[in-house]
Ligand binder design. Structure first.
Ligand SMILES: [Zn+2]
Length: 291
């Protein structure tokens, strides 16, 4: 699933491409993706894109005169800029069926929300300006790269939410934008166990976690910028990740093999030597089947 570095660079590159453009045509193909009906999506026709922003894992398009379009790509949603208009020649084959929303711009290009796979979960909301904060953005936690996210603020959040660190980092209620991959990267960087409870961290560990959140995400953004240039990202560049999806490979810090915990449809990668005092956690997927 796209996370903060991917979505930051997507919003930056998209903004460069579409800022100032007027929407000429709106085609909704994936009806289930559209989560609001008032104002109607047709109101986008004639609207001008003034900004593209990221908040947590959401993309926000500010539009004149008075609209905000909010998108969540979920796991498989992606944005593309195509050279041709939305109507007219309908995209053929699989690619055509996977288009959820198409916005034709006044320069003839079309911004498409596409979603691969059978589970269609990408979501789009249209709000009048000022009303977007009451939608899916309500209840989101702090932006981890903002000035407000201090070690003291993190310590307060860790006290408030008693849960495992991996869950804490990915819940979006305390810190936003971090998903399964970057949570693993951050905890590896901080040398903290994904299974540790938030309430057991000492001051030095809180500081280490705070520094790791900032450094890992900032490095991720830089890495994405270098890999992608001006392009809109389609795939997470896996080589930017040190431990996530690097199971059994040597830990880049100590050389011990990276271990994996499977739980439901999520995998957690960690270094037992650096992060959990040598402890290798049970493969919870297998132990559940044997129970
Ligand atoms: Zn290690």
């Amino acid at each position: 699933m796209p996370e903060l570095p991917f979505l930051t660079v997507l919003s930056e590159n998209l903004k460069r491409q579409v800022q100032g453009r007027e929407i000429r045509e709106v085609v909704v193909r994936g009806v289930s993706a559209l989560k609001t009906f008032d104002p109607p999506i047709d109101r986008l026709r004639g609207a001008r894109i003034t900004d593209v922003r990221r908040r947590g894992k959401y993309l926000l398009f500010d539009l004149l005169p008075d609209l905000v379009l909010v998108m969540h790509l979920m796991r498989n949603g992606r944005l593309q800029l195509a050279a041709e208009p939305a109507a007219g020649r309908r995209p053929s084959g699989r690619a055509g069926r996977d288009v959820a929303l198409a916005l034709t711009l006044d320069d003839g290009r079309t911004l498409r929300l596409i979603e691969m796979g059978t589970k269609k979960r990408a979501a789009v909301w249209l709000f009048r300006r000022g009303e977007e904060s009451g939608g899916p953005l309500a209840g989101l936690g702090s932006e981890p790269l903002s000035d407000a996210f201090t070690p003291a603020a993190l310590a307060e959040m860790l006290r408030a939410g008693r849960m495992r660190l991996k869950q804490f980092l990915t819940t979006q209620r305390y810190v936003v934008g971090i998903g399964n991959a970057y949570a693993d990267e951050i905890l590896w960087e901080a040398r903290l166990s994904p299974q540790a409870m938030t309430t057991t961290l000492g001051p030095a560990e809180v500081d280490r976690l705070h520094a790791a959140i900032r450094a890992t995400l900032a490095r991720g953004i830089d890495g994405h910028r270098q890999v992608l240039g001006d392009a809109l990202p389609m795939k997470e560049p896996l080589h930017l990740l040190s431990v996530h999806r690097h199971g059994k490979e040597p830990c880049p810090r100590c050389g011990a093999p990276i271990a994996v915990i499977f739980y439901e449809d999520r995998e957690t990668y960690y270094c037992p030597a650096c992060q959990s005092g040598g402890r290798v956690y049970a493969d919870r997927r297998r132990s559940r089947l044997l129970r």
